[in-house]
Design a protein around this ligand. Structure first.
Ligand code: NAD
Length: 305
């Protein structure tokens, strides 16, 4: 295909690539010239067990299509080993796709510390450890792309997923800060909130939806965000079933009281409509834009009237 976006010579680590979304990403990168580290612990969808079969199968699939790939069976909690595997086999690392995940869905009232901790360790600590081990390599070579896999459950909340919501929205903040820290070195970090039929969602969604929401609908976004030609950095995207959209923050114009005057709960109650009305709104894109109206008001000082 003319102008095909390729990854020749690039080394791509994909965690949790033995199934679902990760497998789909691995096959696409493998088909476009990348050398792929197919990481998968091979456990169950709630975190128990271990097997090499899932990663091995995807490596075979990539090789059968003429691509290059190696399997790695470490948990993302041992992120440095996964990055070492890329260095040992392919001598470099260019792209890190933090995709590995499990669920421990239970209402907050019934959630145990184990449910909480396991989700944190796989999604958050795992993404930290893999990305942290790759980070100096990406920076030193002046090119790197990192993806974190967030979720609508983190952005909007979802019943029975307090642990998962924390982890997934935490990853968005993580990505946004890394995006700032990596920008000068051409290391871009973006977050996706996908929806796809997989063993993770097959117990939640009806079969027709599972069949329709193929992971392959998510992968093109991941590939584009990771390509050298793509300058996007620090973004959050919802993606699935053929839909691709970017999110941003929206904040009401709010209500500003000059400093120095007494502001009571009653004053606030009276102005509440102004505080919460989105009729006019801002879209702060960074901490400076977020702070601007606050600083302007403070610098204006107390009212004279
Ligand atoms: P999946 O269960 O099909 O695949 C996840 C893979 O991660 C599995 O192969 C599993 O063995 C692997 N894994 C789990 N723990 C691991 C660990 N500690 N180390 C290494 N590998 C590990 O699920 P999926 O739907 O493809 O999910 C992929 C990612 O997308 C997850 O982070 C998930 O939270 C996220 N996500 C999925 C959906 C969806 O609709 N499927 C929605 C939002 C977010």
């Amino acid at each position: 295909m003319a102008n095909e976006l390729r990854f020749d010579g690039k080394v791509v680590i994909i965690t949790g690539a033995g199934n679902g979304l990760g497998r789909s990403h691995a096959l696409l990168f493998g088909s476009r010239g990348a050398k792929v580290v197919v990481n998968d612990l091979g456990g169950g969808h709630t975190g128990g067990g271990k097997s090499s079969a899932a990663a091995d199968k995807v490596v075979e699939e990539i090789k059968a299509l003429g691509g290059e790939a190696v399997a790695n069976y470490d948990s993302v909690e041992d992120g440095a080993k996964i990055v070492q595997s890329a260095l040992d086999h392919f001598k470099r690392v260019d792209v890190v796709i933090n995709n590995a995940g499990i669920l421990r869905d239970v209402s907050f009232a019934k959630m145990t510390e184990e449910d909480w901790d396991l989700i944190y360790r796989v999604h958050v600590l795992g993404a930290f450890r893999v990305t942290h081990a790759a980070w100096p390599h990406l920076r030193d070579q002046g090119y790197g792309r990192v993806i974190v896999t967030a979720s609508a459950a983190g952005i909007y909340g979802n019943f029975g997923q307090a642990n998962y919501s924390l982890a997934k929205l935490g990853l968005v903040g993580f990505a946004q800060t890394l995006a700032l820290e990596g920008a000068k070195k051409n290391v871009h970090v973006n977050a996706i909130a996908p929806i796809a039929g997989s063993r993770m969602t097959e117990t939640i969604l009806p079969k027709e939806l599972i069949d329709a929401l193929k992971p392959e609908y998510v992968t093109p976004l991941v590939a584009w965000l990771c390509h050298e030609d793509c300058s996007e950095n620090g973004g959050l995207y919802e993606v699935g079933g053929g839909f691709f959209g970017k999110l941003r923050w929206e904040r009401t114009k709010g209500k500003t009281f000059r400093v120095g005057r007494s502001i009571t709960p009653e004053t606030l109650k009276q102005s509440w409509d102004d505080v919460v009305s989105f009729e006019k709104a801002d879209h702060p894109a960074n901490v400076n834009e977020s702070m601007a109206p606050i600083l302007t008001n403070v610098q204006a000082g107390p009212s004279r009237g």
